[in-house]
Design a protein around this ligand. Structure first.
Ligand code: F6P
Length: 363
């Protein structure tokens, strides 16, 4: 079997800490171990369609391990199969996959490494169906990709969220308030649940468990009777009340997943104030969670994923996404995981420990 000589790489979807660590690991490994050349496409699949690229060398990835964001840029609006064209204030979608294929051909690329979340894996799968040799690497702060125990970016976002909750504790205590902290995560509650546990949240609301406002207020009152005049409530952006709806912040036309969530924290806070007249404040952590340097755990995972992806390319094991299972890095077929969301299972050990330590889950 002949090892590929030239490969492409891109980052798609929302940015997160660890993307540069992965790019670095892939580039260094394919050059060092396999003597390949690497083309980096700019702004996700947009770079592939529009042929925007830079050549990546050992020098160009030197010093990026610790940097947040992605040196390649990214986009969540550039599906080559449904490519948005903005004209006269209107959007039209066209199939531009032929442009993507032409770009790969022009550069003489024998493989494409796609680093991203579910949207990126869906596009990768469509490329694979057109015989493009792809290898996927799972990233997202939401930790909601099927097939891997964890995505890189999650640990860094969890660290930022936990530090924020720690800091907000002091105001909660000093002012005897309920502090509501909203975290990202879309339809999965991993970030809310894990930061809620790590930050000692009294109430944690996740999309997987619709909440009862009465149960939340009971918890706050019960704490008050015990002399705890403050409460910390952590809520995932996709949470909703029993019988209620998710709060949609806006619609982003041209995006593969157009709905942006956000603002449930205001509803929860208003409802608490109305029901039990306790002073309540809201902090939405938002994109803060995607910024900053990757934690050591994310740097390690990103580096392991990058090296493993390079190995998949070298052995021509295409159509696969590298993944973590236990402490092993494995390869899983992208077709088995694309388009699926890994939400928190109701028998999750995290939910069990939250309940055992008296955390109210709004049930
Ligand atoms: O998927 C990552 C994520 O940060 C989600 O947690 C969040 O809902 C979404 O992206 C925000 O997207 P955008 O950056 O387009 O507003």
């Amino acid at each position: 079997m002949k090892t590929p000589k030239r490969i492409g790489i891109l980052t798609g979807g929302g940015d997160c800490p660890g993307l540069n660590a992965v790019i670095r690991a892939v580039v260094k490994t394919v050059i060092h171990d396999y003597d390949m050349a690497v083309v980096g496409f700019l702004d996700g699949f947009e770079g592939l369609v529009e042929n925007k690229f830079i050549n990546l060398t050992r020098d160009s990835v030197s010093g990026i391990l610790t940097r947040g964001g992605t040196v390649l840029g990214t986009s969540n609006k550039a599906d080559p199969f449904k490519y948005p064209i903005f004209e006269a204030g209107k959007i039209e979608y066209r199939d531009r996959s032929d442009h993507a294929l032409k770009t790969l051909e022009e550069h003489g690329l024998e493989a494409l490494v796609c680093i991203g979340g579910d949207g990126t894996m869906v596009v990768s799968q469509k490329l694979a169906q057109r015989d493009i040799p792809v290898v996927g690497i799972p990233k997202t702060i939401d930790n909601d990709l099927v097939g891997t125990d964890v995505t890189f970016g999650f640990d860094s976002a969890l660290t930022t969220a936990t530090e924020a909750i720690d800091k907000i504790h002091t105001t909660a205590q000093s002012h005897h308030r309920v502090m509501v902290i909203e975290v990202m995560g879309r339809y999965a509650g991993w970030l809310a649940l894990c930061s809620g546990i790590a930050g000692g949240g009294d109430i944690v609301l996740i999309p997987e468990i619709p909440y009862s406002i009465d149960s939340i207020c009971e918890k706050i009152k019960e704490r008050k009777y015990r002399g705890r005049y403050f409460s910390i409530l952590v809520v995932g952006e996709g949470a909703k009340p029993i019988g209620g709806e998710i709060v949609v912040k806006k619609r982003i036309e041209g995006s593969a997943e157009p709905l942006r969530l956000g603002g449930i924290s205001y509803k929860v806070a208003d409802d608490i104030e109305e029901k039990i007249q306790v002073e309540t404040r809201v902090t939405i952590l938002g994109h803060l969670l995607r910024g900053g340097i990757p934690t050591p755990a994310d740097r390690l995972l990103a580096t392991r994923f990058g090296v493993a992806a390079a190995e998949q390319v070298a052995t021509r094991n295409f159509g696969q996404m590298v993944a973590l299972r236990g402490n092993e890095i494995v390869a899983v077929p992208i077709k088995d995981i694309a388009g699926k969301t890994r939400i928190v299972p109701l028998d999750s050990p995290y939910l069990a420990v939250a309940r055992s330590t008296g955390t109210c889950l709004g049930e």
